[in-house]
Design a protein. Structure first.
Length: 215
C-alpha cells in the first residue's frame, strides 16, 4: 500500500457538547455552519504526485512522524520501551516543553494523523508506550464523547502550556479505535470549574481505494 494522498477535514460536524455550550455559542455568535477546513498532503518524496492533486506539490508527505506513510509506520519498533526511546529521539528537546510532554504530544499527533493506517502491533506498542510516560493517567470509568462511550488517557499540562487542564486521548472500550480528543479542566481557572470539558473533537479516518474518494 502506497500513500497517494492524506486528506484532513477539520470542523466537518460542529455541534455543542452540552446545553451550556449551546447557550455560550448563541451568545458568542459562533458559526457552527462554517465551511470545514480541508488540507491535503501528497505522497512520500519517492512516489509520483497524483495527476489531479493541485495542492500536493505544496505540502508533500515526508513519510515522517506527523505525516507518516505505511512504510514509515512499519519501520517503527513494536517493543514499547524501544518505541518510546525512538520517539524521544525523533522529537528531541528543541523547544520549551519537557521531553515527556513532547513525546506525549507526538503520540497524540500520530494517532490524530494516521489512526486509520497504524498496524495492530504498532498500535499496541503505542498504547503501552503512553503508559510509560510519567504523568500519563487513565480517567476513572468511561467517558461520553459525542454520544460514544470511551476510555480516556491523558496528561496534565505543564507550566509551559496550561497546568490547569488535562489533554485526553479517548479510545473505544475495546481499545482498538481512537474516538477523539478532549481537554478537561483539572483546576478551577478563569471561571471554569473543575471537571468541565472545555474542548473535544471526534476523529473519523477512512482508507479509500482511489485518490479523491472520501469514504
Amino acid at each position: 500500500m502506497k500513500t497517494q494522498r492524506m486528506r484532513r477535514t477539520d470542523g466537518a460536524q460542529r455541534r455543542p457538547f452540552t446545553p451550556a455550550d449551546a447557550e455560550a455559542i448563541r451568545k458568542l455568535k459562533y458559526d457552527l455552519n462554517a465551511p470545514p477546513e480541508v488540507t491535503d498532503d501528497g505522497p512520500a518524496p519517492d512516489q509520483p504526485l497524483p495527476p489531479d492533486c493541485t495542492t500536493c506539490g505544496v505540502a508533500r508527505d515526508p513519510g515522517e512522524l506527523f505525516h507518516p506513510s505505511p512504510e514509515y509506520l512499519a519501520s517503527l519498533p513494536t517493543d514499547p520501551v524501544r518505541l518510546l526511546v525512538t520517539l524521544r529521539t525523533i522529537v528531541g528537546d528543541h523547544n520549551k516543553h519537557s521531553p515527556d510532554q513532547q513525546v506525549f504530544q507526538a503520540i497524540k499527533e500520530l494517532f490524530n494523523h494516521a489512526d486509520g493506517i497504524i498496524p495492530p502491533d504498532l498500535r499496541a506498542a503505542l498504547y503501552r508506550a503512553l503508559a510509560l510516560i510519567p504523568g500519563v493517567q487513565r480517567a476513572a470509568g468511561q467517558v461520553d464523547m459525542g454520544g460514544q462511550r470511551g476510555i480516556a488517557v491523558g496528561r496534565v499540562g505543564e507550566a509551559t502550556e496550561d497546568p490547569t487542564s488535562r489533554e485526553d486521548l479517548v479510545f473505544d472500550t475495546t481499545g482498538r479505535r481512537l474516538i477523539g480528543f478532549r481537554t478537561v479542566q483539572v483546576k478551577a481557572a478563569r471561571g471554569v470549574p473543575v471537571g468541565t470539558v472545555t474542548w473535544w473533537e471526534v476523529i473519523e479516518n477512512t482508507v479509500v481505494d482511489k485518490v479523491g474518494q472520501t469514504g
